[in-house]
Design a protein around this ligand. Structure first.
Ligand SMILES: [Zn+2]
Length: 232
């Protein structure tokens, strides 16, 4: 069975050909593969697009299908050859509850931008998020990288995260100030990873440590109770 997350109804459901019933039988008599580019362009492409219909809402969903001659000869199924579904729906990133809602929202959007190839937007959003977070933690210094260094010295973020942020500064990329400058995928990915490291250091990891401490305290209290009970 072919299934995907429908861009329209947002459900993960079965996808069928427009002329196919859910059980695989055909609504119309003739077999029709809605493949594009169509047969007039045979052999002129690396991949094809095929239109499927969502069984939940009936809206079209487009699958990108890679067919190499070997695969076609080996009789591999259509499902195995689906490389992705279009339009690409960015999934973003889910952050833990310890991360403040506004930080979570901006960081998630930065991930979504990178996932659809909007690298400039991803970098600008990630940098804004980093600046916003750091400003809340340390307002004594104006320069972002000095702030990061201060947080590293105070132990709020790891030295590795601070070093990564410094490396970005040394890259000399001025996309934050020059919006028209092109940004490549790798640079956007690095900036987002630094953002995530800072979020982990400041919010996610301390929350984990708190939970671990609570867990240890509860265990210790239970052990004490057990000892008291056995003393009676
Ligand atoms: Zn649907």
């Amino acid at each position: 069975m072919i299934a995907a997350c429908c861009w329209h109804c947002r459900q993960f459901v079965q996808m069928v050909r427009p002329d196919e019933e859910v059980d695989g039988s055909y609504i119309s008599s003739g077999f029709h593969m809605p493949l594009f580019p169509d047969c007039r362009f045979s052999g002129e492409y690396d991949y094809q697009l095929m239109i499927f219909s969502c069984v939940n809402c009936g809206y079209p969903n487009i699958a990108e299908i890679s067919f190499s001659p070997d695969e076609a000869l080996s009789g591999s199924s259509l499902e195995e050859n689906i490389t992705r579904w279009l339009p690409v729906e960015p999934i973003g990133k889910q952050y833990s509850e310890g991360v403040p809602p506004n930080v979570r929202s901006i960081a998630n959007e930065a991930h979504q931008c990178a996932q659809i190839g909007a690298y400039r937007a991803a970098v600008i959003l990630a940098r804004s998020a980093i600046e916003g977070i750091i400003a809340e933690e340390d307002s004594s210094e104006k320069n972002l990288y000095k702030r990061i260094e201060n947080l590293s010295k105070s132990g709020s973020i790891t030295k590795r995260t601070a070093d990564a942020a410094t490396a970005i500064r040394l890259c000399g990329n001025d996309s934050a100030h020059n919006v028209s400058a092109p940004v490549d995928a790798e640079y956007a990915e690095i900036i987002i990873q630094i953002l995530d490291s800072i979020i982990d250091d400041l919010y996610s990891h301390p929350l984990l440590v708190d939970r671990a401490k609570q867990y240890a305290d509860q265990k210790r209290a239970m052990q004490k109770e057990d000892t008291h009970d056995s003393d009676k």
